[in-house]
Design a protein around this ligand. Structure first.
Ligand SMILES: NC(=O)C1=CN([C@@H]2O[C@H](COP(=O)(O)OP(=O)(O)OC[C@H]3O[C@@H](n4cnc5c(N)ncnc54)[C@H](OP(=O)(O)O)[C@@H]3O)[C@@H](O)[C@H]2O)C=CC1
Ligand SMILES: [Fe+3]
Length: 419
């Protein structure tokens, strides 16, 4: 039995376990074309080949780029690719779409996937996809894949961005692209008709869309509490007792401001849920739509929570670093005492204290941000690791797609027999 135990449950192909996904799929008869040989095209070709598709790439100068594509993909002229392929990705910048018009007869009746992105957010159409549809009225244009980077395509959909937003005026064309999308390991999201393409093209241009309000909120609260604490702990003692507490501004005041912000932000995580529950009780139904502001607030609860967590982490780091500051202060005061004792009344210690406070607060801030970065990048690192390589459990796709073994006799095909 030792030999049996040593044999792996899932047999590796010559190319290694990374090809497992492709090997489990039925060989596709669909020939996928890609126009353009840029970064996106190369990554897409790799992904399609790995997903079991036949790929033909159309280039203006095919000989120059053949070596950059996987062996299984054929690199040929644009016309040849347009003639051969059943479905084509247009991986060419939108300003060059018009240079493809000579392919119109070859592309008639075929599905064109427009992957292009805009350079700036557009509020009004026509979108790139609509312009492409106007250029090729006899083809079926599907908008999609523009939110997936060339890097994600190449690495495989293991990190967070797995959703592919698709839209088209032709239901069949959209369905075939959705199927292709699933086989490549992505999750298609149907966005309806081609008129939604403007929205899809704008998506990658929004920078952290759901973070804006929570970050503005956190900053506004920080400023408010910082001013309040400065007035209470620095200005008030100065006015009433002529006590100089200015040294507290860079570290101590910041340190007591963070928990205030963290607590208020945490309450902002729970508050919209309570308001929503109250509204539902008030209406007596859960089928009414919430007002827009509440809807947005509910969606951004995670970001509010993470901002609150950031403030709590910074507070913890500041608190841990306070003893460090106290010992440095002690040493400085000691030096000042020695200087005064030695007959130098104009001591430089005041300036030194300021410098020390400044360095310390900048250092602590950097430390806090770095630790937060490390914490937030952990989930994506965890996603990038291929856990299958560490487990002995067969992935579900394998169990679902391998036929039962040994097959019942009645299911076996007799070679040469016409059914
Ligand atoms: N890179 C990315 O991560 C992403 C890119 N996209 C979209 O994919 C499309 C392609 O992007 P990308 O691959 O990065 O761009 P590249 O500049 O790397 O490639 C563009 C390709 O277009 C082809 N092309 C065809 N006609 C022309 C022409 N007249 N002038 C210049 N080039 C032409 C060229 O191939 P050849 O010379 O062989 O004809 C060229 O390699 C763009 O619309 C972009 O918005 C979308 C999401 C992510
Ligand atoms: Fe505390």
């Amino acid at each position: 039995m030792p030999d049996d135990m040593a044999r792996p449950l899932i047999r590796e192909r010559a190319g290694g376990s990374r090809h497992l996904e492709a090997s489990m799929m039925t060989p596709s008869t669909l020939l996928i074309g890609i126009l353009g040989t840029g970064d996106f095209s190369r990554s897409l070709a790799r992904r399609l080949v790995a997903s079991g598709y036949q790929v033909v790439v159309g280039s203006r100068t095919p000989a120059r780029f053949t070596a950059l594509f996987p062996e299984e993909a054929e690199v040929t002229s644009q016309m040849e690719a347009a003639n051969q392929a059943d479905l084509l990705f247009v991986a060419v910048y939108p300003e060059h779409h018009s240079t493809l018009v000579h392919l119109k007869p070859a592309l008639a009746g075929k599905t064109l996937v427009d992957v292009s992105n805009g350079l700036q957010i557009k509020q009004e159409g026509p979108s790139n996809a609509q312009q492409l549809a106007d250029l090729f009225p006899e083809s079926y244009v599907v908008k999609g894949f523009n939110t997936i980077s060339a890097w994600t395509l190449q690495a495989g959909p293991r990190d967070g961005s797995r959703q592919v937003f698709l839209c088209s005026d032709d239901q069949n064309a959209k369905s075939s692209v959705m199927q292709l999308c699933r086989r490549m390991g992505f999750i298609p999201v149907d966005m309806g008709l081609l008129s939604s393409s403007l929205e899809i093209e704008n998506l990658p241009l929004y920078l952290f869309p759901s973070w804006r309000t929570p970050i503005i909120c956190a900053l506004a609260l920080f400023v408010f509490f910082y001013l309040y604490n400065s007035v209470r702990d620095v200005l008030h003692p100065y006015v009433t007792a002529k006590k100089n507490n200015l040294y507290k501004l860079p570290i101590e005041i910041v340190n007591i401001t963070f928990p205030c912000v963290a607590l208020v932000m945490l309450s902002l995580v729970y508050l919209p849920g309570l308001i929503a529950a109250f509204l539902q009780l008030w209406w007596g139904t859960k089928y009414n739509r919430f007002p827009n502001w509440l809807d947005h607030w509910l969606i951004q609860r995670k970001q509010f929570g993470l901002c609150s967590f950031l403030c709590a982490v910074l507070h913890a780091i500041y608190s841990l670093c306070l003893p460090m500051r106290k010992s440095a202060r002690f040493q400085l005061i000691n030096k000042a005492y020695e200087q005064v004792n030695a007959g130098h009344p104009d001591s430089w210690v005041g300036e030194e204290v300021w410098r020390m406070e400044l360095y310390l607060s900048v250092g602590i801030m950097a430390l806090g941000l770095l630790s937060l970065l490390a914490v937030t990048s952990l989930p994506s690192v965890a996603n990038t690791v291929n856990w299958r390589e560490f487990t002995f459990v067969q992935p579900q796709t394998v169990r679902l797609q391998t036929p039962p073994w040994p097959r019942p006799k009645s299911f076996r095909r007799t070679p040469g027999k016409v059914l």
